[in-house]
Design a protein around this ligand. Structure first.
Ligand SMILES: [Zn+2]
Length: 255
């Protein structure tokens, strides 16, 4: 009898462990609350639920931008940005500014519509190991293929940025809320005249981390005042995924 118990116990423990694991892999990712730290933090995203498995992939973002190869064939970014009305969504991780339809970027003769932009503080990408206080992501989508082109712009402390004041004037304070107004702005005001950029193939930096993004990280940061950066740090408290390995991907720099 004792022998049987000894045998039975480890088997039952094994079955219990297996069923617990099964529950951890949740089929419905909508129900999973991901975070940057802790149990559902960035280190575990690929195991939080099945749809987030790409987070453990080989072509993930952000990266540390280091030893980029200069490519003289890379053209300046062709942005055609119109004014947008104000439509801000608080998704619980960042403030997402949905852009009024009609603005786009042209890449290889293909149109990528500017869909939204949002903020991270501190920056997600680093350049030569240096992180910046904040980074904005301009998300463009090719309607035909679904491919994404995201422009990353770094903030450094310096002169006050008039557009930042306008963007943060009135905000949806809680997760799930919107703030809408007819007040117009143009995100082109945030793009530096210096158009040199780094480009590589990567992913969304939040779950499901889909590897469908061509990244364009502008080499020159734009400025925001100490107070403005302070506000961004408070608003977006550490919503930055750690840098991911390059895994042999090509990292190019325009001239
Ligand atoms: Zn982002």
């Amino acid at each position: 009898m004792k022998k049987i118990l000894y045998l039975f116990l480890p088997v039952s423990v094994l079955i219990m462990t297996l069923s617990a694991c099964k529950q951890e892999v949740c089929a419905d990712c909508e129900a999973v609350h991901w975070e940057y730290y802790g149990e559902h933090g960035a280190e575990h995203w690929d195991k939080v639920c099945t749809d987030y498995a790409p987070c453990g992939g080989q072509a993930q973002s952000p990266i540390d931008i280091l030893n980029a190869t200069t490519d003289s064939t890379l053209l300046p970014l062709q942005m055609s940005y119109q004014n947008s009305q104000t439509n801000i969504y608080n998704n619980g991780h960042t403030l997402q500014y949905n852009y009024t339809a009609g603005s786009y970027m042209t890449l290889d003769s293909q149109r990528y519509d500017l869909v939204q932009f949002h903020f991270h503080a501190g920056s997600e990408h680093s350049i030569d190991g240096n992180r910046y206080p904040a980074e904005v992501h301009l998300v463009h989508k090719n309607a035909a293929t679904g491919a994404l082109a995201v422009v990353g712009i770094m903030f450094k402390e310096g002169d006050e940025n008039p557009l930042v004041n306008q963007l943060f004037e009135k905000l949806p304070k809680e997760k799930g809320l919107y703030y809408r107004s007819s007040a117009e702005f143009n995100i082109m005001d945030l793009v530096s005249d210096e158009q040199k950029y780094y480009t590589y193939s990567g992913s969304l930096t939040t779950p499901p981390c889909s590897e469908v993004v061509t990244w364009y990280v502008m080499s020159k940061p734009v400025t925001a005042s100490y107070m403005q950066i302070n506000k961004m740090t408070k608003l977006f408290y550490s919503n930055a995924r750690p840098v991911q390995p390059l895994n042999g991907r090509t990292l190019k720099m325009s001239i």
